[in-house]
Design a protein around this ligand. Structure first.
Ligand SMILES: [Zn+2]
Length: 462
């Protein structure tokens, strides 16, 4: 994205202009606090972030900003903290349409008897496009500017994400079983690679190889994934050791635990994004650390499916890059990264029996820069630094539930919620202002969600 004309003064942000052209504008965002995440621990008071051509141009004290960027349109956020956009490092966006369809069940029963049959009935390009639009609307309203998706029809998911203005990492999904999307593993891979070729130059898109899980993908396919990952320098996004049952099945079928199987197939490395990693032995944590792997912790999903408690403090202590994810709305049921930050910080303390485990700063880092790092896009997103994309979120820290404010990061993680997100920019485009979405593709869709609800419910009842 480039070529935007700098704003020529005036107070109106030009909603129509943004909607029509889709181009970012130059602006100066003046906030009570700026928490850039990098350098770690920094809290800048009365600072401004200058944005030009979709990129962060400078972070300067407010007093200097007005003179230096006089021509820029100014956003005054006197009671707000500006943070990097949140990175939802693991989701299945389209299943937002199945939110609440089947709750209070164990993972395998939930998957095999409810989610997979519903997917088999409804899965189509249209389902994925509409479901992803719904997820994007929800995520934007919660300050999420980037999501790492794993679902069928990633072409439709990407189309929706781009229409919504979000950054996304699209999973080139692979499973062995046939679906409405592809007949076999080779075809899944072929389609994913084609999509990546088509959108290689899209600044808001990146790609991961996404073998669903060790229990849905064969050794032969995982070897192909390993070769492709090395050849094309792509991350590998996979569910791993989510439940004890998964490990039991792996021991019975392969004579080894899933992580050991991935190691033997050559999949361990800095590009590995291990989702959940709830059940880990001590040497497995060391193995993940030695290979520079990332773990995506999804505390709400793990709690709801009673999968167990990920050893987050031990992973962080070992130096593993820990990111946060919501998982799909069918198992959460919110795509709410504020909830994940808070739950992750609280659970890490309980599991480690140490209140100093995962402090608020670490939870915010996991929800931003660590997610970007897992996706291999830390040079573009994840922190407020000059030269990075202007993926920015303003959170209004006002109101009785947020007063008084002694420590702004503590307030963000332990007291604030997604309802306090006021403004969201992605690549310099203002997508939400004062909690109102300004994205044509996301307006007037309520009747569409109702239609899907009727269709899904009718077939589930029949
Ligand atoms: Zn998942």
């Amino acid at each position: 994205m480039s070529g935007a004309e700098p704003a020529r003064g005036g107070r109106d942000p030009g909603h129509a202009e943004i909607a029509r052209t889709g181009l970012p504008q130059s602006c100066l965002i003046r906030a009570r606090w700026v928490v850039p995440v990098e350098p770690a621990g920094a809290v800048l008071e009365h600072h401004a972030v200058a944005v030009r051509d979709g990129m962060i141009e400078a972070i300067v004290p407010d007093q200097q900003a007005a003179a230096r960027f006089a021509a820029y349109e100014s956003f005054d956020l006197p009671g707000h903290v500006l943070i990097p956009g949140l990175v939802n490092a693991h989701t299945h966006a389209a299943v937002a349409l199945l939110r609440g369809l089947a709750d209070d069940l164990p993972l395998m029963c939930w998957l095999e008897e409810h989610v997979w049959p519903a997917e088999a009935r409804h899965l189509s390009r249209e389902f994925v496009r509409d479901g992803t639009l719904l997820a994007c609307a929800e995520m934007l309203r919660g300050g999420v500017t980037c999501f790492n998706d794993m679902y069928f029809f990633p072409d439709a998911a990407l189309e929706a994400a781009l229409a919504a203005g979000l950054r996304s990492a699209q999973g080139m999904i692979v499973v062995e079983h046939a679906s409405a999307y592809a007949p076999d593993a080779a075809d899944y891979l072929r389609r994913g690679l084609e999509l990546r070729d088509r959108f290689r130059d899209e600044p808001l898109a990146s790609f991961c190889l996404a073998p669903h899980a060790p229990y849905t993908v064969s050794d032969e396919t995982l070897k192909k994934v390993s070769t492709l990952a090395a050849e094309l320098d792509l991350p590998v996004h996979i569910h791993l050791q989510e439940t004890q049952e998964e490990i039991r099945r792996s021991l019975a079928e392969h004579g080894m635990r899933p992580l050991e199987r991935l190691r033997r197939l050559g999949l361990l490395g800095p590009g590995l994004i291990a989702v959940h990693a709830v059940h880990l032995e001590g040497q497995e944590i060391q193995l993940l650390a030695q290979h520079g792997c990332s773990v995506v912790h999804c505390p709400s999903s793990n709690l709801k499916l009673a999968s167990g408690f990920a050893p987050v403090a031990a992973l962080l202590a070992a130096g593993v890059n820990v990111a946060l994810g919501t998982d799909g709305a069918a198992s959460n049921n919110r795509l709410d990264m504020f909830q994940e930050m808070r739950s992750a910080a609280l659970l890490a303390k309980a599991v480690a029996q140490d209140p100093q485990a995962m402090p608020a700063q670490a939870a915010l880092r996991a929800a931003t820069l660590s997610g970007a790092r897992a996706l291999g896009i830390e040079r573009v997103a994840g922190s407020i630094e000059a030269g990075k994309s202007a993926d920015l979120v303003a959170v209004e820290l006002r109101g009785p539930e947020l007063a008084p404010c002694y420590d702004v990061v503590s307030q963000l993680v332990y007291a604030a919620g997604r309802e306090h997100v006021s403004h969201v920019w992605v690549g310099g485009r203002l997508l939400m202002r004062e909690r109102i979405l300004d994205v044509p593709a996301l307006t007037g869709l309520d009747t569409r969600w109702q239609l899907w609800q009727n269709v899904v419910k009718k077939r589930a009842d029949s």
